[in-house]
Design a protein around this ligand. Structure first.
Ligand code: E4P
Length: 223
């Protein structure tokens, strides 16, 4: 399973990219608005920080012509850009047109396997299945993920299932169990994946024992 960062904050991308574990970044209009910087400038900076990674940038029009115009503009900025398109009727028309032109798309705001089927049929490169927003309403967001992965694998669709709206490390573990292809998450959740109390206490003990023995990796050879 690939790990993507879900952010419009370039500094967060810089820090996470340095860990060498992320293979893409997802943005959305809310995250870009929060960044306080221009859309093109932000997305291009992110492309530079994650070489070869898939960087999702979303259209904001909701009609076919408007979305197509925005999609062609956004995709012209950089070859790493994946155009994010909402799961609506005109959106799937856009996805089909872009797929026929060889432009990658990420269908966003997918909550059910039936929506995912339409996205896969339209030729989506990525299907963003939101889990946290369903869990927030006392549902089980991961159910649709598991069903979508099964559908994509069983029927041989080329789309990758991307678990979005991730709120905590357990969502990441659940995404692995559902055999999802990608999980995208906020910086805070990615950083939480490092954490285990036994790692901290174990490391402290190794260092204390080493220092108490007066050892050094760079000790001089005895003559
Ligand atoms: C996905 O690509 C979206 O940007 C994101 O995961 C939405 O998450 P939220 O529900 O935390 O806003």
């Amino acid at each position: 399973m690939k790990l993507f960062l879900d952010t419009g904050d370039v500094e967060e991308v810089r820090r996470a990219a340095a860990w060498g574990v992320i293979e893409g970044v997802t943005t959305n209009p809310t995250l870009i608005a929060k960044s306080g910087k221009g859309f093109r400038e932000t997305v291009l900076e992110i492309c530079g920080l994650v070489p070869g990674g898939a960087i999702s940038a979303e259209v904001v029009a909701t009609d076919y012509d408007g979305m197509m115009k925005e999609a062609l503009e956004i995709s012209s900025w950089h070859e790493q850009i994946v155009v994010k398109v909402p799961m609506i009727e005109d959106g799937m028309r856009v996805v089909r047109t872009l797929a026929d032109k060889g432009i990658r798309t990420n269908v966003t705001l997918v909550f059910s396997v039936s929506q995912a089927l339409l996205a896969a049929k339209a030729g989506a490169s990525f299907i963003s299945n939101f889990v946290g927003r369903v869990d927030d309403l006392s549902g089980d967001g991961m159910e649709a993920v598991a069903a979508t992965v099964e559908m994509v694998e069983d029927y041989g669709f080329k789309s990758e299932v991307l678990v979005a709206s991730v709120r905590h490390p357990q969502h990441v573990a659940d995404a692995l169990e559902a055999r999802a292809h990608i999980a995208t998450m906020p910086y805070k959740v990615l950083a939480q994946l490092f954490k285990h109390p036994l790692t901290d206490t174990g490391l402290q003990r190794f260092i204390d024992d080493w220092n108490a023995a007066g050892l050094s990796i760079f000790e001089k050879a005895k003559v």
